[in-house]
Design a protein around this ligand. Structure first.
Ligand code: ADP
Length: 713
């Protein structure tokens, strides 16, 4: 390992500030004494441990020849000579850091303080230095510095690849390595490959090139071994490991000691960092511990960054899909929607062209299109089988690749549009395969996983938008059909009522002449059916009246003849008219107040309304049961309520009441004749007069219809 830069030797002139630190001398443990001639006169036990010399070996020898490195010896002697000549010692009483030599020739950083000189029994001046081995402390300091640098680099870096060269440099420089390599697991090939490197001063080019070209399997070489064992590993001489693929290269480049540690993310080794040095170096447990911590730190970094990247990707995807959903919901017109789908896909995925292909039997046809260059192939169609992958996509799968093996029908389209690659996602509307969303490019392009997900997302949104547009179209068509049906109904009403009016009038005229005997005496058998004919004719007349009234209402031709009327009179008249229809034992209970209940109304129409209410109450009570007809005044209103104990109306049918032809036909009432116009006319004409009708009903129990009009004083 290369040593840290040398601090100046003792007594070699003023020392730079950072090297000088004052610490209590008691923390220094090895004591060495020399006389003013530089000869060792005292050597403590600790000194024996620190320097590897025994007292017996050094006492009496020149200090500079034992523990002072060769290059500093002259300075040391010069300093001593200066003190001997009465000069000042620059180091006396101060703690300084120096480099010292051990008996085995190795150098180490040391801290020393020289106590004030003393005089021995023989009157000779004596200098005592207290020395401490700083090797361990230096190592810790370097490890901390390295840790700090690595952390800072990671904070500043977006990815491991980005951080790697600087991380390798921080570790290598601080811990004294010569070459550093980052090996990353290539998942596809299941091998390790070098993705970043660092070397001191340019490093051994051949060894680096050899490493770069290498891919290592699990267990292979030092990095492969660390990959499979997931723990740091050190070798004292890399070049001596014949099984290592680069042993020769390392030897040739003068590299020996090596250490490698795994980058562990979760339970997985995702990479290995390897360092080599020019010294043969026995594995050091402290270094291995530091490396293990580093590997975990790097692994956590990678995991956090991956999680962040994943989150960012998701947010981006969500944003794109949100924008797409907005764009696709802007219109319900299918053609507009299909073009919007193509634009959205091309923009979101940065493609020059996108199309929506609709399946039409065995063919595909371009129904939506976006092309940045303005080229159009809208309406082009070709057999599904001519587009490779199309069948698969229509079945719901995704497809991406280059456009090869196209059927002849596609040659013209691809030549015109110049596309060479395609990615396709299925567009499904409900459970049906509507077609394909195709993203096209004019240079080779295969979509990545994220892009495919996005295209899928847009295709799903497209399916929804297509579904919405289709239902809107159906709804609109249905609306149009209903509107024309309504017109037809109105026309029919007009026509039928007018056309029926005159024959009925003629029939009624003749019938009354027959009944009165104007046309001669009436045979008895014929006389018996005349009342029946009369009643049927009256019924037909009433129907035609209702139809005419409805036609007038719809053409805004209905004229009201309003005057003040007492609701008691209206109710009484209507009840009297309905009584003939009562079943045996059935009654209409008419409840009238003593005071008149005046309202302003078109009497004829008001009577038709109340009559319809009472008629219905009787009609829809096939099992009998009394009917109550109540008139009263409440607040500013005059009210008529008709309550029966008949069939009642189911809650789900309530909406159809009061609508034109709103007959509610059930098993119980299907035999009861009606047009479904009565209540419709009743509500409309009542509303025209400032009032309304409402209903409450319980199936099987009966119904209550209540009419109100503004009361008059
Ligand atoms: P209709 O000529 O069929 O009686 P209406 O407009 O008067 O036409 O009534 C519409 C529908 O409302 C009827 O077909 C019937 O099903 C229901 N209805 C009306 N009045 C009653 C009632 N008192 N009890 C039960 N159902 C009623």
């Amino acid at each position: 390992m290369t040593q840290a830069p040398n601090p100046p030797a003792p007594e070699s002139g003023p020392l730079p500030a950072p090297v000088l630190r004052i610490v209590p001398p008691s923390t220094l443990n090895a004591a060495v004494s020399i006389d003013d001639g530089g000869i060792v006169v005292g050597w403590s036990e600790e000194a024996e441990t620190v320097f590897g010399w025994t007292a017996r070996e050094v006492v009496g020898r020149r200090l500079s020849e034992t523990i002072v490195p060769q290059r500093h010896r002259a300075d040391h002697e010069a300093g001593l000579a200066r003190v001997r000549a009465g000069g000042d010692s620059l180091t006396l009483g101060r703690v300084i850091e120096v480099e010292a030599l051990r008996a085995d020739g190795s150098e180490f950083p040391a801290e020393l303080v020289i106590a004030p000189p003393s005089t021995d029994a023989g009157g000779r001046t004596r200098f005592t230095a207290f020395v401490r081995d700083l090797t361990e402390r230096r190592r810790l300091e370097q490890a901390h510095a390295m840790q700090f640098q690595v952390t800072r680099i990671l904070v500043e870096s977006p990815t491991l690849e980005d951080a790697a060269p600087r991380v390798l440099a921080a570790i290598g420089e601080n811990l004294g390595w010569d070459v550093g390599l980052l090996w990353v697991v290539d998942r596809g090939g299941d091998v390790l490959r070098v993705t970043a490197e660092w070397s001191r001063d340019g490093g051994p080019a051949r060894f680096l090139a050899g490493s770069r070209d290498l891919s290592l399997a699990r267990g292979e070489g030092l990095p492969g071994r660390v990959w499979s064992n997931a723990v740091p590993h050190a070798v004292s001489d890399f070049a001596a490991h014949a099984a290592f693929p680069r042993a020769d290269g390392a030897g040739g480049s003068g590299l020996h000691g090596a250490v490698a540690f795994p980058i562990v993310a979760g339970d997985e080794v995702i990479g290995v960092i390897e360092f080599l040095t020019d010294e043969v170096q026995p594995p050091d447990p402290v270094v291995l511990g530091t490396m293990s911590d580093l590997g975990n730190q790097l692994g956590q970094f990678v995991r956090h960054r991956l999680a962040e990247a994943e989150l960012r990707r998701h947010l981006h995807e969500l944003e794109v899909l949100q924008r797409s959903a907005l764009a696709l919901s802007a219109s319900l017109d299918l053609e507009v929607v299909l073009d919007a789908v193509a634009v959205t896909a091309a923009e979101a995925l940065g493609a020059p062209r996108a199309t929506v292909l609709r399946r039409d039997g065995d063919e595909l046809v371009i129904v939506g299109e976006y092309d940045a260059s303005g080229t159009s192939a809208r309406g082009c169609r070709w057999p599904v089988a001519d587009l490779p992958g199309a069948e698969q996509v229509l079945r719901g799968e995704f497809w991406t690749g280059t456009l090869e093996g196209l059927g002849p029908s596609l040659h013209e389209v691809t030549a015109r549009t110049g596309v060479t690659a395609v990615a396709m996602a299925p567009v499904r509307s409900g459970s049906e395969a509507f077609g394909i969303l195709a993203l096209l490019s004019r240079s080779p392009r295969v979509l990545g996983e994220d892009e495919m997900r996005l295209l899928h997302g847009i295709a799903s949104l497209a399916g929804l938008a297509v579904g919405n547009a289709e239902s809107f179209r159906l709804e609109r068509e249905h609306g149009r059909r209903m509107a024309s049906l309504e017109t037809a109904k109105s026309e029919f009403l007009n026509l039928a009522s007018h056309e029926l009016r005159s024959p009925i009038t003629v029939l009624r005229g003749y019938l009354s002449m027959i009944a009165e005997g104007t046309l001669g005496p009436l045979p008895e058998r014929l006389a018996r059916v005349v009342p029946l004919l009369n009643s049927k004719l009256a019924h037909m007349n009433a129907l035609v009246d209702e139809m005419l009234e409805t036609a007038r209402l719809e053409d805004n031709r209905l004229q009201l003849n309003a005057r003040v009327v007492d609701l008691r009179d209206v109710a009484s008249a209507c009840v009297a008219l309905c009584e003939p229809a009562l079943q045996p034992g059935q009654r209409i209970d008419l409840r009238l107040p003593e005071q008149p209940v005046h309202v302003t109304a078109d009497v004829q129409r008001l009577e038709a309304v109340v009559r319809n209410m009472v008629d219905n109450a009787v009609k829809y009570s096939p099992g009998g049961g009394d009917v109550e007809c109540t008139v009263w005044r409440e607040g500013g209103r005059g009210l008529v309520r008709v309550h029966d104990h008949g069939l009642g109306i189911a809650p789900q049918d309530m909406d159809r009441l009061f609508t034109r032809f709103g007959r509610i036909v059930t098993a119980e009432n299907s035999h009861i004749p009606g047009t479904g116009l009565g209540l419709y006319l009743a509500r409309e004409t009542t509303r025209m007069q400032g009032g309304d009708i409402c209903v409450e009903s319980t199936p099987g129990e009966g119904s209550t219809f209540t009419l109100w009009l503004p009361a008059r004083d």
